[in-house]
Design a binder for this molecule. Sequence first.
Ligand SMILES: [Zn+2]
Length: 420
Amino acid sequence: MSWSSSGSGPDLTGARARRGANLPRIGDFNQAVVLDALRRARHGLSRADLSEHTGLSAQSITNIVRRLAERGLVTEQAPALPHGRGRPAAPIRLDPAGRFAVGVHVDPTVTSVALVDLTAAVVASRRTVAASATSPERLTTAVADAVAEVTAGVAAERVLGVGVATPGPVDTGAGVVVGAPLLPGWERVELRRLVREATGLPVVMHKDTAAAAVGELWHEPDPADFVFLYLGTGLGAGFVVNGELLPGRTDNAGEIGHLMVSPDGPRCHCGQVGCVGASSMPRTLVGEAVAAGVLEPSAHDAGDVEIDAAFTRLCVAAARNAPAREVLERSAARLARAAVTLCNALDVGAVVVGGPAWSRTEPVFLPILREVVAATTEARRVHEVAVRSSVLGDDAAVVGAACLVLEHSFSPSPATLLIR
Ligand SMILES: [Zn+2]
């Protein structure tokens, strides 16, 4: 970015590097390339496969695998039964217990903490106080307690760091939650510093929607182009293109909440009517359910935690109650319109849906999203666009937050190699 050194704009390359400035890297570039190939191969790779995948010579692969094995990062196992003639190829795999990463998802309704191993599988998790119900300082203390619990059985030197996912917008360069509309009272909170000081671990930070998309990519890398629709207290998106997150200029891409999808929709805090974010929010849908006589009037006049509980009652009622179901169907149809716009803008292979509100809405939302996307995307005569639930479901952001740490620690991508 030549302009960044001229003083005419922020140094975004530097900002991106600082997002995880104090995270350790696991190895040098070639080791990162080998680790990256191994994490994408579910059943391990032979030395010959590794050589083919990475372009490194057989001798280099032998040396790198030996060094990685000495550091407890990979294992080499002889197959149980040799097949064919000659020496069987021994599959090399990541050693799951070689390193661990912590994910923290700060959300208005609940804060989640998870420990993942080197293969990004969850090995322990906790839930703690809701961000809307406490101060940043008290939340940080609760997070540190939960981190201590999930890492209790793991050697300290094997814990790479903490990934924190928060509602946007965020200033990832400064490690600051800028003041999410959904987190009243959180104005420029230096969350990265608070969590680092409270846990003593390196911290990387990103938006919840971006973390969810990264987590999905680690667990289901096919297709490599998708839109992640994140349903929580609010609505957001993560964009993945060519197997990489599209973070935007300041890591704040994905604020899709103000796409206008219905002229008769609810009024949004931005002043417009019919924004998709407002028409998908649990708070709005609970209000509509109260108006339809599905929920008691007191359900709508409450904090985020109570709204979330009322939303659960609405989703349960939708299985047998037509007015309840209609509230969700109307919202799903509006979300589907936004999904089609995003598919048309980015020409992706899939729409993936997850986040804390997803499993409750999925039975009503998923068939409607599938039907509308299949029938109306501009590219439908060229290729199919799959619509599916996230493999991480409601935990997409917390697991994704941990994956941010793995990504920073051993992805060979140029952006993360800026981190020293
Ligand atoms: Zn709006």
